[in-house]
Write a protein that binds this ligand. Structure first.
Ligand SMILES: Nc1nc2c(ncn2[C@@H]2O[C@H](COP(=O)(O)OP(=O)(O)OP(=O)(O)O)[C@@H](O)[C@H]2O)c(=O)[nH]1
Ligand SMILES: [Mg+2]
Length: 289
């Protein structure tokens, strides 16, 4: 589905980002590990220019570990130093909120590696945490601060303004509102972002998001579906899967017919919470989705 959801605070957030980037040393771009390509905001790539960037694959506990490995290999190759960027100023790591000490260690080490200060050591590194909505930017700030300083929530657009924090190691880090782009035209990108939870529920059609998810899961992860919903066999198509889910979860209308909207809700929320299993929605090779 194509998406048009660009609330007012994002217009301001884009302006603040554009103004702030020059005075920062590095961008920490949080991507959704389940869809590192769909969750890359082209506006951020453009605003960033040649500023060093650490790509952080967040929520990797929800992603398919083999796919995350493939993405890290892909980024390692794509981020090789080039003539234009001789220091190799882009790198990628995967994190999850359950391994906080590891996250603090890897982020500090990678930021140090990517930022080469003309003034040498001792200068404060200034980093900004950016990315699309609901990928875990504020959670990462809290992990780095070792306490809750930023508001976190299981819906997009929780953070509405910039917020600065100073880490124990002296690094200055700012949280930013999730930023999208005004018109998400590519339906494959829109479907993934909507299924993953980056778009407000008010701006998406739940049943088509669930149909997309059901089709994809039937193709790539049928065994996980069979196990999760205790199915006798793999349903032949997306609609049949939703009907089976509806029957098993009591998502029924008066009269006993399956309520497809409620069944869609179950599938979408089970995907988002990881209840179906560890699933990735895309691989680095473009024709593999
Ligand atoms: N499973 C899992 N959930 C996570 C992880 N990190 C964050 N979350 C959850 O994802 C949701 C969004 O987290 P936030 O930190 O508020 O995301 P954000 O990117 O700051 O979102 P906006 O401010 O709305 O752009 C919350 O429910 C978090 O608990 C993670 O590593 N794994
Ligand atoms: Mg936030």
């Amino acid at each position: 589905m194509s998406i048009q959801w660009y609330p007012g605070h994002m217009t301001k957030a884009r302006r603040v980002l554009a103004e702030s980037i020059p005075s920062h040393d590095i961008l920490i771009e949080v991507l959704d590990a389940r869809m590192p390509r769909a969750s890359s905001n082209p506006v951020l790539t453009e605003l960033r220019g040649s500023k060093p960037c650490l790509k952080v694959l967040g929520k990797s506990d929800l992603a398919d570990p083999a796919a995350t490995e493939a993405w890290l290999r892909y980024f390692a190759e794509a981020c090789e130093p080039t003539r234009e960027l001789p220091n190799g100023s882009v790198a990628a790591v995967a994190i999850t909120r359950t391994r906080q000490a590891d996250t603090r260690k890897v982020i500090a080490a990678m930021c140090k590696r990517l930022v080469l200060h003309p003034g040498g050591l001792g200068k404060t590194v200034r980093a900004m945490v950016v990315g699309i909505p609901n990928v875990g930017k504020s959670t990462l700030i809290n992990t780095l601060m070792e306490r809750k300083v930023a508001k976190v929530g299981d819906e997009p657009a929780v953070t509405k303004g910039q917020q600065l924090a100073i880490l124990k190691n002296g690094m200055a880090i700012s949280d930013h509102p999730g930023l999208l782009w005004p018109n998400i035209e590519d339906p494959a990108v829109g479907d993934r972002l909507a299924l993953g939870g980056a778009i407000s529920d008010a701006a998406i059609d739940y049943e088509s998001v669930a149909m997309f998810g059901a089709e994809y899961l039937l193709k790539r992860y049928p065994a996980l579906l069979v196990a999760r919903y205790k199915l006798k066999e793999t349903p032949p198509d997306a609609q049949s899967l939703l009907i089976e889910i509806g029957k098993r979860r009591g998502a029924l209308r008066a009269g006993g017919a399956v309520d497809l909207h409620k069944a869609s809700d179950v599938l979408v929320h089970d995907f988002r919470s990881g209840a179906i299993g560890r699933i990735s929605l895309e691989l680095p090779a473009l024709d593999s989705d």
